[in-house]
Design a protein. Structure first.
Ligand SMILES: CC(C)(COP(=O)(O)OP(=O)(O)OC[C@H]1O[C@@H](n2cnc3c(N)ncnc32)[C@H](O)[C@@H]1OP(=O)(O)O)[C@@H](O)C(=O)NCCC(=O)NCCS
Length: 195
């Protein structure tokens, strides 16, 4: 969730291309709309991520445009197949009163779940946030019913903060709570040094 940042007004800086063992994280381009539509029309994916399932390719085209202007959303591409399998983001975290806070979010097409791709994507974005961006605290959250996402967050070593109640509009008109976590740069560095 939080894949859009409507407060962002300045032209977005170019996104760096990031590499992991099995994935490339790169900027979106308009040709990604069809691949996005292939999984963004899924009720399950959209429900867990908190957006309305896409009803047409046009919905996906608009989302790709939003991603391209955000300057904070990467397309996740599987190296082996060259397919765009999901997206992940590092938006400014406007819930904190510091310019050094980012918020991590991620979504993968359903056929790619359960293979460690989300964890691999997020590990690289955590590294990028702390080592290449001026990020001192990274936040992440999941809906209370999203156990897979909770597992990814735990594996990444984020600390539990609490539940933000009545926090996120859902497409069915209800409002979900968000279970919130964060990771400090100092914690990331200590873990890297094996402390
Ligand atoms: C959440 C999501 C990104 C996870 O992607 P993924 O590639 O399957 O994640 P990983 O394979 O890296 O890790 C998933 C972990 O969840 C565990 N898991 C799977 N189903 C689970 C369940 N029902 N309850 C608890 N844990 C579960 C897996 O076993 C795995 O942990 P393990 O490596 O210790 O076995 C993916 O399900 C998704 O895109 N969902 C829709 C969008 C979404 O929910 N985005 C997150 C918004 S906060």
């Amino acid at each position: 969730m939080i894949f859009f940042n409507r407060r962002q007004k300045k032209a977005a800086p170019a996104l760096p291309v990031l590499h992991t063992e099995r994935l490339v994280l790169r900027a979106f381009d308009p040709n990604d709309a069809a691949s996005l539509y292939a999984f963004a029309q899924s009720e399950t994916v959209a429900h867990m991520a908190g957006f309305t399932p896409h009803k047409s390719l046009e919905d996906s085209r608009k989302m790709v445009q939003d991603f391209m202007t955000s300057g904070a959303v990467w397309a996740v591409v599987e190296k082996r197949s060259g397919r765009m399998i999901g997206f992940a983001s590092l938006h400014t975290d406007h819930t904190r009163y510091t310019g050094h806070a980012r918020k991590l979010a991620y979504t993968l097409g359903e056929e790619y779940w359960g293979q460690g791709f989300a964890t691999e994507t997020c590990r690289e974005l955590v590294r990028h946030a702390f080592e290449e961006l001026d990020c001192r605290v990274l936040a992440v959250s999941h809906f209370p019913f999203n156990h897979k996402s909770k597992r990814v967050i735990k594996k990444l070593g984020f600390a539990y903060e609490g539940v933000q109640r009545y926090a996120h509009d859902l497409p069915d008109g209800s409002v979900a709570d968000l279970v919130c976590y964060s990771l400090l740069r100092s914690e990331y560095e200590a873990r890297k040094q094996g402390k």
